[in-house]
Design a protein around this ligand. Structure first.
Ligand SMILES: [Zn+2]
Length: 542
């Protein structure tokens, strides 16, 4: 009897040894770039409850784990899911509900697209976005006459690609009570022969936006879900939405709880009274769930170079103006102090060298020395050479968008002149400061595809492979740097590096399959790179 028990015991323990541990998912026969500290490369990983429980060599994983689902990756390349460190996720979703003018080839084409939209949807207002006169044969800045003629009774507002300028027709101007006497701080109304041209720059655009019917919560829900669908297709698993209201953050939180929204979101709060009151005075601390991080405020330092709204140390090369800060200096100083005391992160849109100098100094006055507060400067497109070192001195994070360099390269020389442009879009110089740097796109100002971020960061060329030697190629990033900027360094800029950004045990199983190896393929093949599958929390979402 005793002997029998011993045998049973031995058999049981032997079989438990060979019984494999059951997990939700095993992915194997892959080339997994982990982007961990040692840049390890593995073949397989095991995932349970959305978390990576093991990662290693093919046999190591297959001998030990049995997946409820097994995926043979057929040697595909796997990277951590992509993070866009600066975009407008909700804004992009809403833009899908507006007239898309990105491909408009002329101002007549803009009007034709608006008419087409009006015919199909007959909205109360026509709102369009994305036109770019610099891409047209006639690059002259358009004005409202043709819009007035095409839409004599319906209000129309069409925003330029950079979001910092727009054209309103007469109906819209009248509805907003805009006259030739209207003054606006941090923006202006462009006049010609004493008349309104309909062109609105920076804060002047808000005069119209403020009176337009606001998108409803159900519009916003639809926007978030359609944005998510498109973003999964290009491998994004986290988006840093740069500028949200309290109700928008709460909508995102709710949709994530009901699992309708699976995208992870790092939300920068708009610098509104409502957000300050709720997050700084009521909650008094960052709000963080496993899908949502709310720990930062987004401030708006200046406009953009395209509409000459960026604030420069010296006049624009093609206009006797320097642009201006969008708020008083005391405003930024006050909130820098407050955010520091309350433990929030400050992120400021800053494009011109004057704004960047001021924001660096404002941050520096509060931060004092190196630190781990990860305060961010969004865009940092033009930084005076004497200011670059301040990023390192105060551990300030430059958050940049490599596609901007390529979209702007054909006209920005006219705005800045050669001497200054050398310090524009200087991503490598900025990266050197802290040794790491998050990358984004600023979509919908640019396309949503993070692989274009990768390509433009490393090649500094457009899709056609121009310019041949790359635009200011000395500021190209290495391939590994670019990949890290879209993954682990973006996570770092979000205070999320312990949960995501690399594929390691204990981190979330957010990863993408690619059709080619971004780190080794010939440069001219990079524009053809694409994501073939996207996983979030171990679940395939594309
Ligand atoms: Zn932005």
């Amino acid at each position: 009897m005793k002997l029998l028990l011993v045998i049973v015991f031995l058999v049981l323990s032997f079989s438990s040894c060979i019984t494999k541990q059951e997990v939700d998912l095993v992915v194997h026969n892959a080339t997994i770039y982990t982007l961990d500290e040692e840049n390890n490369k593995f073949d397989a990983m095991a995932i349970s409850d959305g978390i990576i429980v093991a990662i290693g060599k093919e046999n190591q994983i297959l001998n030990k784990y049995k997946g409820k689902e097994n995926v043979d990756a057929e040697q595909h390349i796997i990277y951590p899911g992509f993070i866009d460190a600066h975009c407008h996720f909700l804004g992009y979703g809403l833009s899908l509900q507006q007239v898309n003018l990105i491909d408009a080839t002329s101002f007549d084409d803009v009007i034709a697209k608006c008419k087409e939209f009006d015919k199909h949807k007959n909205p109360q207002w026509i709102m369009g976005r994305g036109w770019d006169n610099m891409k047209w044969k006639d690059t002259k800045f358009p004005t409202r006459e043709k819009l007035d003629f095409a839409f004599p009774t319906k209000p129309v507002l069409i925003r330029r690609i950079d979001g910092h300028a727009a054209i309103a027709n007469k109906v819209a101007l009248d509805l907003a009570n805009i006259t030739t006497d209207t003054q606006v701080k941090g923006g202006h109304l462009v006049m010609k022969n004493g008349e309104l041209t309909g062109v609105l720059v920076d804060n002047a655009v808000n005069l119209i936006l403020d009176i337009m019917p606001k998108p409803s919560l159900s519009n916003k829900k639809e926007a978030l879900l359609s944005a998510q669908r498109n973003c999964f297709e290009v491998g994004l698993t986290t988006v840093d939405d740069a500028g949200l209201s309290k109700s928008e953050v709460q909508l995102i939180d709710k949709l994530q709880t009901t699992r309708e929204l699976k995208m992870r979101v790092y939300a920068m709060l708009t610098d509104s009274e409502e957000n300050f009151a709720y997050y700084l005075d009521t909650l008094e601390e960052p709000y963080i769930t496993d899908k949502l991080t709310v720990c930062s405020f987004k401030f708006y330092g200046d406009g953009a170079l395209g509409s000459r709204g960026a604030c420069l140390l010296k006049n624009y090369e093609d206009k006797t103006s320097q642009g201006s800060l969008l708020s008083d200096t005391s405003y930024f100083q006050k909130y820098a102090k407050l955010l520091y005391d309350k433990g929030f992160q400050m992120c400021t849109h800053s494009i011109g060298d004057s704004t960047t100098r001021f924001i660096l100094k404002t941050y520096g006055d509060v931060l004092k020395t190196t630190n781990d507060r990860r305060w961010r400067i969004e865009h940092a497109q033009l930084v005076d050479s004497s200011d670059v070192k301040l990023f390192k001195k105060y551990s300030i994070v430059p958050s940049v968008q490599p596609t901007h360099a390529i979209s702007d390269m054909n006209w920005v020389l006219l705005r800045l002149g050669k001497k200054r442009l050398r310090f524009g879009y200087a991503y490598k110089d900025l990266l050197r400061q802290n040794g790491w740097m998050p990358l984004g796109t600023d979509f919908p100002i640019e396309g949503i595809n993070p692989l274009m971020t990768f390509y433009t960061a490393v090649a500094r060329k457009n899709k056609e492979g121009l310019p041949k030697n790359g635009f200011q190629i000395e500021n190209a990033l290495s391939r590994l740097e670019a990949l890290k900027g879209m993954t682990i360094w973006a996570a770092l800029a979000n205070f999320e590096e312990t949960q995501k950004g690399s594929l390691e045990i204990g981190k979330v199983a957010d990863f993408v399959f690619l059709n080619m190896n971004l780190l080794t393929v010939e440069e001219n093949k990079l524009p053809k790179a694409r994501v073939t599958a996207t996983y979030i929390n171990g679940e395939q979402v594309f």
